[in-house]
Design a binder for this molecule. Structure first.
Ligand SMILES: Nc1ncnc2c1ncn2[C@@H]1O[C@H](COP(=O)(O)OP(=O)(O)O)[C@@H](O)[C@H]1O
Ligand SMILES: [Mg+2]
Length: 268
């Protein structure tokens, strides 16, 4: 059986995740190139990973005979997930992606009960529906061209995940840009969602968030203002709050504690 933590029980299916899911499904169905961009820390990598469930394939690839549970998990995998490294050559990117689409086809064939070597090898490079490339800002012009070539050859859907501005940068490469189906902005958390997450965080610290208590409401507003719906900042903020709460043996979170926690954070 596959390690259950890869299914990430702490993942929250936010509205942005739902929008991402719909976007990714469309890129897959129409074999589009899609651009997904958003500020650092809003949850793009987490969402793409959760959607793809690629690690199921990675783990199952080297197992010769899959058990029933693993077969189901493999069939749930929707995409190859690849992180573009800081230094990337066209040769390296094409080798990495090819190896992953091969793993995808081979493992899905195994999960479907095909065991003959020729069945496992036949058409493996044709079966991959979607490739997601994270940190696509790292890709050089040549690597982008290489990816575009693979996209044309294998007809998978392709999602490039990057920072705001990636859509403008790519518009300088007409060969690739003309194939982009649509661009999708990944936005920060809404007020309601922040509230939902804050309640969970309060509970994780052994406290109950009381919306009728002024100091709680003030603390919540202060965290919302500082973090601005940025998932990573929210997590780092609560890590500091927990630290200060422990050191000072505090029984509640108020605005003073939040401001003290903020001082320990580097916020860009
Ligand atoms: N849907 C989610 N559920 C739970 N935690 C999340 C979720 N999305 C993001 N996070 C948290 O926020 C952090 C930053 O998310 P990440 O996906 O790395 O952001 P980005 O790729 O946009 O820079 C993660 O390490 C995780 O702790
Ligand atoms: Mg990321």
């Amino acid at each position: 059986m596959i390690d259950p933590t890869i299914l990430n029980p702490s993942f929250i299916q936010t509205k942005e995740y739902k929008r991402f899911e719909e976007f990714a499904d469309t890129c897959e169905s129409f074999r589009y190139i899609g651009l997904c961009y958003g500020k650092p820390g809003v949850g793009k990598t987490f969402a793409a990973n959760y959607y793809a469930k690629w690690r199921s394939i990675e783990q199952a690839y080297s197992i010769e005979k899959l058990d029933d549970e693993t077969k189901v998990e493999v069939k749930e995998c929707k995409a190859v997930f690849h992180t573009a490294e800081v230094t990337n050559t066209p040769k390296r990117i094409s080798q990495d992606i090819y190896q992953k689409i091969f793993q995808f086809g081979n493992t899905v064939a195994k999960a479907e009960g095909k065991t003959e070597l020729n069945e496992l090898l036949l058409g493996v490079d044709k079966t991959c529906p979607l490739v997601i490339v994270d940190e696509a800002d790292n890709l050089t012009h040549q690597s982008l061209e290489q990816l575009r070539g693979m996209y044309d050859k294998y007809r998978f859907g392709l999602i490039l995940v990057g920072m705001p501005g990636i859509e403008k940068r790519l518009s300088r490469y007409p060969q690739l840009y003309s194939r982009v189906g649509f661009a999708h902005q990944f936005r920060p958390l809404s007020e309601d969602e922040m509230m939902f997450i804050f309640e969970k965080q309060w509970n994780a610290l052994g406290l109950e968030l009381n919306k009728n208590q002024f100091s709680d409401v003030e603390a919540v507003k202060t965290i919302a203002r500082i973090t601005n719906g940025n998932f990573r900042l929210i997590h780092r903020m609560f890590a500091q709050i927990q630290r200060l709460q422990k050191i000072n043996n505090l029984q509640k979170i108020d605005a003073d504690l939040v401001l003290a926690a903020r001082k320990c954070l580097v916020i860009g």
